[in-house]
Design a protein around this ligand. Sequence first.
Ligand SMILES: Nc1ncnc2c1ncn2[C@@H]1O[C@H](COP(=O)(O)OP(=O)(O)OP(=O)(O)O)[C@@H](O)[C@H]1O
Ligand SMILES: [Mg+2]
Length: 266
Amino acid sequence: MRTYHQLTDPDRSGLAAQIGAQRQRVAERLAGVRRIVVVMSGKGGVGKSYVTANLGRAAARSGRAVGVVDADLNGPTIPSLLQDGDAPRTTQDRPEPTRGLDEVRYVSMGQFLEAGAPLAFKGPSAESFVWRGAMEASALREFLADVEWGALDLLLLDLPPGMQRYLELCDILGNPPAVLTVTIPTPESRDAVRRAMRAAVDHGSELLGIVENMVGGELKGTAADDLAREFAIPVIARIPWHPTPDAWNQLVTRIPDARRTTDDGR
Ligand SMILES: Nc1ncnc2c1ncn2[C@@H]1O[C@H](COP(=O)(O)OP(=O)(O)OP(=O)(O)O)[C@@H](O)[C@H]1O
Ligand SMILES: [Mg+2]
């Protein structure tokens, strides 16, 4: 597996060609994936990773082949949500996804880092900001291009807050991915999520619907209903604190086209 360290090689003149070739590799690698869904929110801490992991597990339990990409490269949380203590760990020599809880396959920068360590880039310090962006996009590209995902019904991508990673994904994939939006009920969340949804629409992404998380507690507001009305899309789940598996099972049925593997005999 090539790593982001390769970008620190003195001769970087082949970078553009390398990225073009990688995009082709992404398309080939993901040819067996029926449905790519990006889990996005303009706001941090609303439960994107929690929703991604539990949606993935419920989809897997219902017979789908599911992959999860932890696209939060600096604060990876997917391993803590999906890690199956009994499963063998992925190493950098074997670019296969790790088998997690309920057989969800996942890849995360957390698998390649010491616990809690931030990504350390070797780029020239004067350009460190630029280098960090390039390195992160490159690492994400490699998660998609180099990992042997195999045939999947559903590939979920858990994004960090903000829009940067979404924009990188549009570039890497060559077309805008479908978006599942997560919000909490508050007006602050609504306003941040609205900006992200507008950007997704502007880039041509299909909005699959809104998941309202952390409902029924102290967080007050009507963010999901407001956004659903504004964007003319459905609220496809309202997830309470510490939901039962049934909440996730219902959410799976609201994700279009993520069919069961058995539907076509695979
Ligand atoms: N419905 C819920 N019930 C109980 N705990 C929840 C629920 N939703 C989220 N959490 C918890 O809240 C915390 C924040 O959730 P999570 O990390 O998924 O948010 P995030 O949107 O991915 O955050 P970030 O923006 O940092 O990526 C986690 O500890 C998670 O386990
Ligand atoms: Mg997260």
